[in-house]
Design a protein around this ligand. Sequence first.
Ligand SMILES: Nc1ncnc2c1ncn2[C@@H]1O[C@H](COP(=O)(O)OP(=O)(O)OP(=O)(O)O)[C@@H](O)[C@H]1O
Ligand SMILES: [Mg+2]
Length: 376
Amino acid sequence: MYGTHKRTTMIQVGKPVRGTAFVGREKEIKEILNYIEIGQSIVIIAPRRFGKTSLVTEVLRRLKTKKKYTGFIDVFEHSTVTELTRSIIAEVLENHGLKKLYQQTKGSITALLKNIKLKAVVEDFEFLVGLEDDSIDQWTNFSQSIDFIDDFAERHDKDLCFAFDEYGDILKFDKADAIIKLMRAKIQKQQKAVYIFSGSYESVMETLFTNNKSPFYRLAKIIHISYLPFSDLRRYMVKMLKGAEIDYDIKLIEDSIDFLKGHPYYCQLALQQIYLYHLTQGKAPTIHGLIDIITQSERGYLVKTWEDTSSNKEAVLVLKHLSTESTGVYAMASREKINASRTLKKLEGAGIIYQEKSAYYYYDPVFQYWVANTIK
Ligand SMILES: Nc1ncnc2c1ncn2[C@@H]1O[C@H](COP(=O)(O)OP(=O)(O)OP(=O)(O)O)[C@@H](O)[C@H]1O
Ligand SMILES: [Mg+2]
């Protein structure tokens, strides 16, 4: 049984990580906790699969151990404003262990009032019964759920940290502008609640938060998260393989972290695949073999990312160029008579590439490798 348990935790890739699988980020966590402590809301920006959700979850977990109130919503999972409203309320109530009970009432006023604990909450917060009242529109309810976050904390004299993951996804709702404006206006005035906003699409997040005209400008402190440190990953991978009694190859571990630049998702995938290779082949794969396995298993994602980013000739040329050379993109552009700066900006905004001095790099090393080898 013990061995089985070790194996299952070992092979998980894709879900947000916690516990021993959570590597590094100590500096970021401390920084975020310090801001939260002083009541400063936070925005976490990173490219896809860099560990935003894992980081937010870990921050909230630590706050809970300090007896703070918390809440977590993944905006992506909600398709209507009413669903969002209900989830916000359920998350706030969970601080008193009432989420399940609240969800079971399915909005029925009778059911709400039947339960003694919920009834007590409803007595403090009357709007909760209005949720099922058809004469009250969904916007009023949503607006009151945002009030509820702070009012509930106030009522119990607690600090509350509420996280909206995939916040950029709010743009999918009708009247997204109105939602964002409303949230900003309310959040600014709140005393007990502090917020974490995190999201995948950098351009969206940037538009929402740093654009001068954008309603979220200056409301929240922006924190960028990057690759995981080499030494932390090395230690973690060695520990995991040792724990699984694998006769690991340290050079392979180091080479794979180097190649993958410390990308959180891919390093976990590499670890998983090294483990599985040992299991089936009884030995370590070569670094090239491992890279091929990773590229194969990510094919769908890579093709999709390519489709999303290479919409025109300029993007194709720039991505292709940067897949093998980090500099010289402007020289290439003038040879090809294309406008590189517009494309570079767009790719940066989408979290595909980043600039360092006068060079440009892919965030995703596997995507880079795939483009270099697949796109002709
Ligand atoms: N701190 C970490 N330590 C170890 N592995 C991590 C860490 N953060 C992320 N990972 C790995 O990356 C994967 C993606 O993490 P997570 O879902 O938190 O990222 P995300 O940025 O929220 O992704 P998405 O853009 O898909 O929402 C995890 O399944 C895990 O394998
Ligand atoms: Mg996420």
